[in-house]
Design a protein. Sequence first.
Length: 162
Amino acid sequence: METLEQAKRGACDLHWLAALLTGCHEAAGGISQQAIELTDDPNAFFSTWMHEWSRKLVIAKALTAIRRDLAASARRTALRPAETSAIPPQSWMPDTGATKSELEQALLSIDLFPRASVLLLVFEAVPLKDAAILLDVDPELLRRAQGAAVRELTTNLARMRG
């Protein structure tokens, strides 16, 4: 059983994840609230199990909410010439000195599909095959988008930090 403080922190994390995926705090509120309601039912047989899946529920609901825009962004990404610089290693993470606000601003300035790729593959550690299924794209396109998003995120954070 978690404390009230842990529950609040978990709810805020779910909201932030949904906001980063959708690019909209209003949509994120509804998405994260639905996931929390599903996991908070004390009479549900699988309530503990469902609570552990809340992040996955938020991801699925957020991606469903932006499906059309996500597909358009994936098409734009596919039309861009492939960049020749190497994809960062799987262990790559942004500068830990960045504030949550800076990270959010840097992520939200990235086009939707590349942003979703870096959120799923890097921050949420979703396996490439699973992320490709969730985003309904070829894994190679997803890898390209991840590389582009990591480069853009790094550049955005560097600009903000002077």
